[in-house]
Ligand binder design. Structure first.
Ligand SMILES: Nc1ncnc2c1ncn2[C@@H]1O[C@H](COP(=O)(O)OP(=O)(O)O)[C@@H](O)[C@H]1O
Ligand SMILES: [Mg+2]
Length: 294
């Protein structure tokens, strides 16, 4: 059963193509990260998924229904990128008010516990810190016990500790077999908190898999050494090498076949190699390479 299906979805704002032929499906029960730089089309995709923005083309289904229908059935909860709380209400009043709007809400205590708000029930919304406000917004998103929870950059404006607590709350909620889709431009967040990472850039999917698969697919290794005044000609023809950069007497090679490149460097050239360093691609490199190529 698919929780989410995008088929050839496009959205343009005048000349700006915010989403450019998006195809993806998310199986029910998964936690998926939509990872991409600012302007990649994450929020536009999420807002279309929630029925808040109409696609210019293509089709979106949520549990086999149109977004509007799924939302009306109380199957979807969301934390949008912006949104104010009612300042004069207390945390408990707000959460209880919202949960009563749904046909089958979670228990009040369960929501407060899951969102880590038990100590803040009497606090007025106007007195909450940035991280606390995000936790209340999370509580409102889960109040109706949605099967699909959608979070658009939920940890913006949180410090490191608040972030950790937030992701623990999210994982608690997801653990009951629910589906979570969250947008982020933080690689570590995608890596640590999802089963699958969908990388988007310029409105398209540029990679899709586990964080490990994305590292392997876009990564390879970097080999660098001191070249001094020796000629760099021929380095780009070594086996496995996909890019060569020479600056200030240092050569940096990107390779997809480390063993072949290093062997050829020593045996197949007459260069004197000093200070050889090898670094594996991390997710950051993979992400930058992927979003640059697109
Ligand atoms: N309401 C809008 N009107 C015009 N352009 C928009 C609007 N919303 C988004 N865009 C543009 O669409 C592109 C994608 O934006 P967005 O979906 O917000 O990306 P992200 O959430 O990944 O940062 C950007 O170029 C943005 O400027
Ligand atoms: Mg956004």
């Amino acid at each position: 059963m698919n929780a989410i299906a995008f088929t050839d979805v496009r959205k343009n704002y005048g000349d700006v193509l915010a989403v450019d032929g998006l195809n993806l499906t998310v199986e029910a029960g998964r936690t998926v990260a939509l990872l991409g730089p600012n302007g990649a089309g994450k929020s536009t995709s999420i807002n279309m998924l929630l029925g808040l923005v109409r696609p210019s083309g293509g089709r979106i289904e949520v549990f086999g229904h149109l977004p509007d229908e799924a939302v009306a059935r109380g199957e979807v909860g969301a934390m949008l990128q912006s949104g104010e709380l009612i300042p004069e209400l207390t945390v408990m009043e707000l959460v209880d008010f919202v949960r009563r709007l749904y046909p089958r809400p979670l228990d009040l205590d369960e929501i407060l516990k899951m969102a880590d708000l038990s100590d803040l029930v009497k606090r007025r919304a106007s007195k909450l810190s940035g991280g606390q406000t995000q936790r209340v917004r999370f509580a409102l998103a889960i109040a109706g016990a949605p099967r699909l929870l959608v979070l658009d950059e939920p940890t913006a404006a949180m410090d490191v500790e608040s972030r950790q607590r937030f992701w623990a709350s999210m994982r608690d909620y997801a653990a009951g077999g629910r589906t979570v889709l969250f947008a982020t431009h933080y690689l570590e967040e995608a890596d640590e908190n999802s089963d699958r990472v969908i990388v988007v850039a310029k409105g398209r999917v540029v990679a899709d898999g586990t964080a490990a698969q994305i590292k392997a697919g876009a990564g390879g290794y970097t080999v660098s050494f001191t070249l001094g005044g020796q000629p760099a000609a021929g380095l780009d023809a070594l086996p496995g090498v996909s890019a060569v950069e020479v600056s200030a007497g240092a050569a940096t090679l990107r390779t997809t076949d480390l063993d072949a490149t290093v062997t050829a460097l020593y045996r197949g050239t007459s260069l004197e190699i000093r200070d050889l360093k090898v670094t594996g691609a991390d997710l950051e490199d993979a992400f930058l390479a992927l979003t640059r190529e697109s």
